[in-house]
Design a protein around this ligand. Structure first.
Ligand code: AHM
Ligand code: MG
Length: 337
């Protein structure tokens, strides 16, 4: 049987179903090629000189790794010439990157966390790339990078596509164009992504949670209550034993949930309160929330649906609770109590 490659899946979504435009199809193919290139660089590891610190800080004041910088460059270069984009924004860049005038301008905006899970790069644990696609509003001011920021400030419900690549034992691309979630595996010999899971679904119930337990004393009461109840296990109010997993790469933790269910939390805590949370709304929370909802799960900040949040700045941070619907609903109810 003929393999269903990413190119073929996208062609079907465009030509047969009319879900995406030709430009969006091209955009996603370009992003997938960039992820392939990042995967090759990661695969070389110490042999390619890609490990370690870059010696610079990003806009969030975090030390950049060489791979943060390299992945960002790969995504920018791959995407700027094709004519499908108006601008790009990245977790690693202070301001948006406008498409240079020598290239045609397109109707989409691309946002990404080029290398998620930076703390895991040097220890050979799964890391990833997260991306989100928005339409550029008509008449948007793209006269300067500063002015263009407004065009990006759209709620997650406005996303037309989102996905992540996870660079683990295999490289996967997990994608939604608003028509469910599909997963592709990189065929390293052939050099393309092949559909390996159609209709990814997150079970409504789970016995597995992911949270950085070292922050327990900084959490708010509703999360303390919920995690306490899970830890109480079969004898507690939830009447079942839970297991805990924390990779500390959001991509890997969310991918586990996509595969077998679970709940992921990076809630508000006293350490990150002045920043609004730990994870970034536009590069991490929104694309993951879109994917999770498309797979039948739920995503909130404890109080609101993530996708309904109207951003007021590009690098905004939010608390994130996502995964199996019944568990997310429970902890969200605790916040309201
Ligand atoms: P990054 O984008 O700089 O890698 O930061 C985000 C990461 C997430 O992938 C992960 O969920 C979280 O930070 C891990 O945080 P902690 O170090 O508290 O475990
Ligand atoms: Mg990240």
């Amino acid at each position: 049987m003929l393999e269903r490659t990413l190119a073929r899946y996208l062609t079907e979504e465009q030509r047969d179903k009319g879900v995406i435009t030709a430009d969006l199809k091209f955009l996603i193919e370009v992003v997938s090629r960039a992820c392939h290139a990042i995967s090759i660089a990661i695969g070389k590891g110490g042999l390619g000189g890609v490990l370690g610190e870059a010696g610079s800080d990003n806009v969030q004041g975090e030390a950049q790794k060489k791979l943060d910088v390299l992945s960002n460059e790969i995504l920018l270069e791959a995407n700027e010439w094709g004519g499908h984009l108006a601008a790009m924004a990245s977790e690693e860049m202070d301001l948006p990157h406008l498409v240079p005038h020598r290239y045609p301008q397109g109707e989409y905006l691309l946002l990404f966390d080029p290398l998620d899970g930076s703390s895991n790069i040097d220890v050979n644990v799964s890391i990833g790339t997260i991306f989100s696609v928005l339409r550029c509003p008509e008449g948007a001011d793209l006269s300067s990078p500063e002015a263009s920021e407004n065009a990006f400030l759209q709620p997650g419900t406005a996303q037309v596509a989102a996905g992540y690549a996870v660079y683990g034992p295999t490289t996967l691309l997990v994608l939604t164009v608003g028509d469910g979630v599909v997963a592709f595996t990189l065929d390293r010999e052939q050099g393309h992504f092949v559909l390996t899971q159609e209709n990814v679904r997150i079970p409504a119930d789970t016995k597995e949670f992911a949270i950085n337990m070292a922050n327990q004393r900084f959490w708010e009461a509703p999360v303390r209550r919920y995690v306490g109840e899970m830890q109480a296990g079969r004898e507690g109010p939830l009447a079942k034993d839970y297991n805990m997993r924390w990779v500390a790469s959001m991509v890997a933790d969310v991918h586990r949930i996509m595969t077998r269910g679970g709940i992921f939390m990076y809630p508000m805590d006293d350490k990150v309160r002045d920043k609004g949370g730990k994870l970034r709304l536009m590069y991490e929370a929104n694309p993951m929330a879109f994917l999770v909802e498309q797979a039948g799960g739920a995503a909130t900040d404890g109080r609101r649906r993530i996708l309904d949040i109207i951003p007021d700045r590009l690098h905004q941070r939010v608390p994130v609770i996502l995964g199996s619907r019944n568990e997310v609903d429970r902890v969200t109810r605790y916040h309201a109590a």
